[in-house]
Design a protein around this ligand. Structure first.
Ligand code: AMP
Length: 188
């Protein structure tokens, strides 16, 4: 089973993805985590993306699509993939459909964590204090939110048109969100 967790930055996608990994043995594919790992390794790729990430802008489709393509084989021997923070543009979504199709697979479900972006500012301030991620500072976060609204939210009609979109109240507490996700998966 292949699942997309969809929502703006700090909606709780990573938290829910990790839970599904523990519970179902699926593989979390977070392009944000992959890019942060590239940065801390000091690789060429890491150097290319670090300024873009710190500003809160999106890195190129080409880069993230290549990162995902490389990781797809390992998800097949596990319980499937949880895409977290990918796709973020229509071009990425189309590329993902093509890549999966080429492997005889598909996206089964897209779970949208519906959140109030204003309320997220509080969550982000707390994460900034705890983890110190440069792109969680209020200015970069505004750019990230704007990228979500203009480039990522248009994916909602894309997946709705495919009949794959399910909405979950992402403002509920972690356990309640998890229960709603489990219920959506049970209906598949
Ligand atoms: P995240 O941890 O998912 O919020 O990602 C952190 C940053 O990595 C984003 O603000 C972007 O700069 C970059 N990034 C992660 N995933 C993508 C993606 N699918 N497309 C473009 N940029 C991405």
């Amino acid at each position: 089973m292949n699942l997309i967790l969809f929502g703006p930055p700090a909606a709780g996608k990573g938290t829910q993805a990790k839970r599904l990994v523990d519970k179902r043995g699926m593989v979390q594919l977070s392009t944000g985590d992959m890019l942060r790992a590239a940065r801390s390794s000091g690789s060429e790729l890491g150097k290319r993306v670090s300024g873009i990430m710190d500003r809160g802008e999106l890195v190129s489709d080409e880069i993230v699509i290549a990162l995902i393509e490389e990781r797809l084989p390992e998800t097949e021997s596990a319980g499937g993939a949880i895409f977290d923070g990918f796709p973020r543009t229509v071009a990425q979504a189309e590329a993902l459909d093509r890549l999966l199709d080429g492997r005889g697979a598909k996206i089964d479900l897209v779970i949208r964590l519906k959140v109030d972006p204003e309320a997220l500012l509080g969550r982000i301030a707390a994460r900034f204090a705890a983890e110190g991620r440069a792109d969680d500072n209020p200015e970069a976060y505004k750019v990230r939110l704007d990228a979500y609204m203009t480039q990522t939210a248009p994916l909602l009609p894309y997946y709705e048109g495919q009949g794959k979109l399910v909405e979950v109240d992402g403002m509920a507490d972690i356990e309640a969100v998890a229960a709603s996700i489990d219920a959506a998966l049970a209906r598949l």
